[in-house]
Design a protein around this ligand. Structure first.
Ligand code: SF4
Ligand code: SF4
Length: 383
């Protein structure tokens, strides 16, 4: 470690933050039990103003950011969303709205399109109305999502759907894909739940069994072949949970390498889960993005390879996965410096094996899930 506390690798100019994620708000009308927002999100309701967000976009663009994702919470809750999209498009960003579809109207789609929004991704909880609405915590969510998916497509956007799959909906993957075809989807992300935030809290109730996962992958592959034979344009993307891998994912393509997340109150993070780490991350209200990205302690802490202890330090695979996810290492081993325990070379890998075993033994019920809402977040904060 450098005397200043910075990793020596940080002295080289880091590559630009190509992908900026603006988490505009933690407010959301839904309450998905797998939400990746922090479980203590109710601690602060502070949100950057319109002018502060636009200033962040300008600074990020000057640093080389090219893609801007608007997410949350539910970004549509922000009444200034169109203004923010317009500002981002004027700056030359490729813009993407990541939404539940709740709060969207045909008129709002038209306004966002007029402002220059490039891409809209709508998330569903399930292909079945009852399960969808139960997981979302809203009786109207499913019908609204269907209507808005159609409105987005009718407006000339490619239809990009996202389904978070887990042990309660993964057996219906055939129906999920059928629904996507019916909706004329162009891209479908079938993303098996990753265990951060509320999903970590509900892991025992959400982690699918290996059999469920294997079947879902086979069904997806079957559909891919069927669609290819019909020259159908729909692309199915299947994202496996790393709990069933022997090597971790290259989290964010390396810490502080291309991803920059700004949370609703302006805290800057190298990934959207990093807030839970025992690191004092900088805020855009008190520091320039240039300082944050290039100089700050938080963004340099795990850049490069010099910070790595064994087994990663001498591992031939470290340039492929960067030792995995720091948040997962922290959540599952208590120390963010450790190798991600997903790795079979990690001495903590048994925590992953134990989670798989628990999933195997647990009944497939829908009970015992903690839903993501402000009341529950306050209960968690009070301990
Ligand atoms: S995952 Fe669900 S609860 Fe969380 S922000 Fe998205 S729609 Fe809202
Ligand atoms: S030991 Fe570390 S670098 Fe090597 S494969 Fe495992 S997580 Fe990756």
């Amino acid at each position: 470690m450098h005397a200043s506390g910075l990793n020596p690798v940080s002295r080289d100019q880091p590559s630009p933050p190509l992908w900026l994620l603006a988490e505009l708000t933690y407010r959301c009308p839904l309450q998905c039990p797998y939400c990746s927002n922090p479980v203590d999100f109710a601690r602060s309701s502070e949100e950057l103003s319109t002018a502060q967000w636009i200033d962040v976009f300008k600074q990020a663009r000057a640093l080389g950011a090219a893609q801007l994702g608007f997410s949350g919470g539910e970004p549509l809750v922000r009444q200034d969303l169109t203004e923010l999209v317009q500002a981002a498009c004027d700056l030359g960003f490729y813009t993407n709205l990541i939404t539940s579809g709740v709060g969207l109207t045909k008129m709002r789609v038209a306004e966002l399109s007029e402002a220059g929004l490039d891409h809209i991704q709508i998330s569903f909880q399930a292909a079945d109305e009852t399960v969808n609405n139960m997981l979302a915590g809203s009786r109207k969510a499913f019908a609204q999502k269907l209507a808005m998916a159609r409105a987005v497509k009718a407006h000339g956007y490619p239809m990009v759907l996202n389904f978070v799959t887990h042990r309660h909906n993964i057996d219906q993957i055939d129906h999920i894909i059928e629904l996507c075809i019916e909706l004329d989807a162009d891209f479908v992300e079938l993303a098996t739940c990753q265990f951060y935030g509320w999903a970590k809290l509900n892991r025992a109730a959400l982690l699918p069994t290996r059999e469920q996962l294997t079947r879902a992958e086979a069904v997806t592959q079957h559909w891919r072949q069927k669609l290819a034979a019909q020259n159908h344009p729909c692309k199915l993307i299947f994202v496996t949970p790393d709990y069933y891998e022997e090597r971790p994912k290259a989290c964010m393509n390396g810490w502080g390498s291309l991803f920059l997340d700004i949370t609703p109150d302006g805290t800057a993070l190298p990934c959207h889960s990093a807030r839970q780490l025992p690191i004092d991350f900088p805020n855009v209200k008190t520091h320039s993005l240039q300082y944050i990205w290039q100089e700050s302690f938080g963004f340099n802490k795990y850049r490069g390879f010099a910070w790595m202890p064994e087994p990663c330090r001498s591992c031939a695979e470290k340039e492929q996965d960067f030792g995995g996810c720091r948040c997962q290492a922290y959540m599952l081993t208590g120390n963010a410096d450790n190798a991600d325990p997903v790795c079979s070379k990690s001495k903590h890998h048994e925590v992953i094996l134990a989670a798989r075993e628990t999933a195997q033994q647990a009944p497939l019920g829908l009970d015992n899930m903690v839903f993501r809402n402000e009341k529950m977040s306050n209960i968690i904060i009070k301990g």
